[in-house]
Design a protein around this ligand. Structure first.
Ligand SMILES: [Zn+2]
Length: 219
């Protein structure tokens, strides 16, 4: 742990992202009370099919304490929550993907939304997963069109139309033959991730593995 991290831990002691109690063990991502209560996804249940991607892994189902914690992370500017979430995601990736990935990227926010929120939660999680697993993390995509929040759209067709054409690959990106991990916070219909995965494929990515904190029931 760096000096900076140690100072931050003193100023802002790590809290459980689900119940917000200060953690006795600051290195544990979740408190021992929430740990057994969380809707963990095991084995095949942790996988979701996403078009253009090899698969999508998520450690948690999007229910019980999870939606509240994700919402707090997104809207309260509590960046520190990204760390425990990323720890859960890194563990999930290790459990499900035996091969090492060459790059971790994320489904980015639009510039406007980034200005509103102050940070890109998916980027923070992707960078932290990369740090934990020693995989390089970096931007691959940009958002070129603002979309309605997917969570406000019920129909799968509406979600797909909302995501279509909303992203573009960064200029100069060459993913030829690479194994890429694509991070987002929650997967529901998978239309955002499949839109992004299609672009990564176009740039030559050979394998694309999506990774989200939570998987929402869909359909
Ligand atoms: Zn807790």
């Amino acid at each position: 742990m760096s000096v900076r991290e140690r100072v931050l831990d003193l100023l802002f002691p790590p809290k459980c992202p689900f119940c917000q109690k200060i953690l006795d063990n600051p290195r544990a991502p979740v408190c021992p009370v929430c740990q057994p209560e969380l809707p963990w996804l095991e084995g095949k249940a942790a996988e979701r099919r996403v078009d253009f991607a090899n698969s999508c892994f998520s450690p948690l189902a999007y229910r019980d304490m999870v939606p509240g914690a994700v919402h707090r992370y997104k809207f309260s500017r509590v960046r520190a929550l990204g760390r425990p979430f990323a720890a859960l995601m890194a563990q999930c990736l290790e459990d499900h993907l035996p091969q090492r990935a060459g790059l971790i990227c994320w489904a980015p926010l639009s510039r406007e939304r980034l200005r509103e929120r102050g940070f890109d939660q998916a980027e923070l999680m992707a960078r932290e997963v990369g740090r934990l697993l020693s995989i390089p993390a970096g931007p691959a995509l940009k958002k070129v069109r603002d979309t309605s929040p997917q969570s406000e759209l019920e129909e799968e067709s509406a979600r797909r139309a909302n995501a279509r054409g909303a992203y573009a690959a960064l200029p100069g990106l060459d993913l030829t033959g690479r194994r890429v991990v694509l991070v987002d916070d929650v997967v529901t219909s998978g239309s955002t991730l499949s839109e992004c995965a299609a672009l990564l494929r176009q740039e030559g990515a050979e394998e694309i593995w999506c990774l989200t904190l939570a998987q929402a029931r869909h359909g």
